[in-house]
Design a protein. Structure first.
Length: 167
């Protein structure tokens, strides 16, 4: 090794290592964001499925299986493993109107029947459940326009599911 090559390993690591570290951190950040989105999407779909199967005028034998907003909110919350119900916003929409749970845990004791009885007039009504969840990533600081401060930005992830009530 010649004296003119001293310190070249440090420079080579600085050139290549920074890129590798950035790629690893980016992969982890994107993985966490995708996990959050997929969990939100799954929870909203489970809530819509639950509402469609247990609709307002459902009857099994002599038992009525009508449900409430609280039943759907609790189903969504239990399906959203790892997500904070205090940060998730959910909107339940039918042809008779909509109910917003902002955040989701405010509807955990709402005894209002949903979907409303007028939502299933023709026996094939659509219900939609939409949800949003704030995603914070330090990597977003690198890709979003400069706003005067380099704090961690928050963007909402959105998911929606539509089901048909067939009874």
């Amino acid at each position: 090794m010649c004296n003119s090559e001293k310190g070249s390993a440090i420079i080579e690591f600085a050139i290549g290592g920074i890129g590798v570290i950035f790629a690893l951190v980016s992969a982890v950040g994107m993985s966490l964001s995708m996990w959050t989105y997929n969990t939100l999407k799954f929870a909203v779909a489970e809530g819509a499925r639950y509402a469609a199967v247990h609709g307002q005028q459902c009857s099994v034998g002599s038992n009525s299986c009508g449900i409430t907003v609280a039943n759907i909110a609790n189903q969504i919350a239990s399906s959203a493993v790892g997500l904070d119900a205090g940060k998730m916003n959910v909107t339940l929409t039918s042809s008779s109107g909509s109910i917003t749970c902002n955040p989701l845990n405010t509807c955990s004791s709402n005894g209002t029947a949903w979907p409303p009885s007028g939502a299933n007039i023709d026996g094939s009504s659509q219900i939609t459940i939409s949800g949003t969840y704030p995603e914070q990533s330090g990597l977003m600081v690198l890709f979003l326009p400069y706003t005067g401060s380099r704090t961690v930005q928050s963007r909402n992830l959105m998911a929606s599911s539509q089901q048909t009530i067939l009874f």
